[in-house]
Design a protein around this ligand. Structure first.
Ligand SMILES: Cc1ncc(COP(=O)(O)O)c(C=O)c1O
Length: 407
């Protein structure tokens, strides 16, 4: 990468803070990644210079705020290689994007249709479909299993398709196992059966090049806060021909053409799906996060993170009683593990005392925990600013706490 890791770190103010007396070692990047100073500055200038409601005002500040938001939409379009900005809808995050598709596109699904999900989904890609079922009890959910390495069973995926299959929705990358799913092949298979596909890209977009045109997915969702960007901003990509047919998700300002008590018409894409005042300050700042990712380079980001993961996994395997979940050869920089006889929560608590931030629990993937037969795991996940020294400090911290926990 053009910048070395120290230069990158110097742009993230939070990385120099302490937790108690200890320097912060932040290994919870799968949950949210940290934010470089240029994104923070863009948020600050959004509030100190450009705070006026977007798309409504004729006055200068409103137009400037609108320009910042729409410039970000153009940046996102190019970043994911969508055909048009009409296909880029801003949401609060991946969760809202999937809820939008389930509640709007879901209403158009045929009677007695079957929706294919997988056992490795985040709750965000399970519960919206269950909510849809509560108003469309005719719809069925079918679930693809994983194998021993934590890869999707593609044989089962293909076997689940039948004449009633009307939708498939699955993650690009698992937030627990790190498995990178062969989504392009899975999408092509679904399309050969005439079935549209939604991809939950929350864990892919921060690490991998996402090209929605090449993938040919029908919908793709991701969150800015996992991509070095602000909280409360996400994106739904949708193919224009599908979005055009879908009813609005929410009603309110911004999404209308004309409102009267005898009937209301809706705005054109993408505004039809953006009811109410958006987080235009956050959206404007998200463009700076995309600049950061492009400046470093996604290939370099992935290479650095995979190096950290391989090093850490190698050292973890030396610890007796430690089990790593997720052994796919094609894997993102997420390590989920447990240690024989010790609750993950206790490991997380004691690591925190040593300044190491990891995630413990079910990671919003309870069906996957049930499948793995564990109540939860400890999860360490890397970003471009993590260092090999941090990985070693994490292993050393584990080496200190495990004997204490084992009594
Ligand atoms: C795979 C996956 N999907 C969806 C989400 C939900 O993202 P958000 O909370 O930003 O909407 C997450 C968050 O961790 C995730 O990892």
């Amino acid at each position: 990468m053009k910048m070395n890791t120290l230069e990158i770190r110097s742009r993230f103010p939070i990385l120099s803070r302490k937790v108690g007396e200890k320097p912060l070692i932040y290994l919870d990047n799968t949950a949210t990644s940290q934010t470089p100073i240029e994104v923070v500055q863009a948020i600050e200038s959004g509030y100190t210079r450009y705070k006026a409601n977007v798309h409504r005002g004729v006055h200068t500040i409103s137009q400037e705020a609108t320009d910042l938001m729409e410039e970000c939409r153009r940046r996102v379009r190019a970043f994911i290689n969508a055909s048009s900005t009409e296909e880029v809808i801003f949401t609060r995050g991946t969760t809202e994007a999937i809820n939008l598709v389930a509640s709007s596109f879901g209403r158009l699904l045929p009677l007695n249709g079957e929706i294919i999900l997988t056992v490795m989904e985040h709750h965000s890609n399970i519960v919206p479909w269950q909510l849809l079922q509560s108003v469309r009890p005719d719809l069925k959910i079918r679930v693809v299993d994983i194998d021993e390495r934590g890869e999707l069973r593609l044989d089962m995926y293909k076997d689940l398709f039948n004449d009633n299959t009307c939708m498939a929705s699955f993650c690009h990358v698992s937030n627990v196992l790190g498995t990178i799913n062969p989504v392009k092949e899975m999408i092509a298979f679904a399309h050969s059966r005439g079935v549209p596909v939604m991809i939950d890209g929350a864990q892919a977009s921060p690490h991998l090049k996402v090209d929605v045109s090449d993938l040919d997915c029908d919908f793709y969702a991701f969150s800015a806060h996992k991509m070095y960007g602000p909280t409360g901003v996400g994106v739904l990509f949708g193919k224009k021909q599908l979005l055009s047919k879908m009813p609005p998700y929410q009603g309110g300002g911004e999404m209308i053409g004309h409102v009267s008590f005898s009937g209301t018409t809706f705005a054109d894409l993408p505004f039809k799906f953006e009811a109410g005042t958006p987080d235009f300050v956050g959206i404007g700042a998200f463009a700076k996060a995309l600049d950061f990712i492009e400046e470093v380079g996604l290939d370099k980001i992935e290479e650095h993170e995979i190096m950290l993961m391989s090093h850490t996994e190698e050292r973890l395997r030396e610890i007796p009683g430690l089990r790593i979940f997720g052994k796919a050869p094609h894997k993102s920089a997420v390590i989920s593990f447990d240690v024989d006889g010790i609750h993950p929560y206790d490991i997380g608590m004691l690591l925190d005392k040593l300044g190491v931030a990891v995630r413990t629990g079910h990671h919003c993937a309870q069906p996957l925990m049930d499948r793995l037969g564990v109540p939860g795991t400890v999860r360490a996940s890397f970003a471009v600013y993590n260092t090999i020294e941090e990985a070693d400090a994490f292993i050393a911290a584990l080496g200190r706490i495990l004997p204490i926990l084992r009594g």
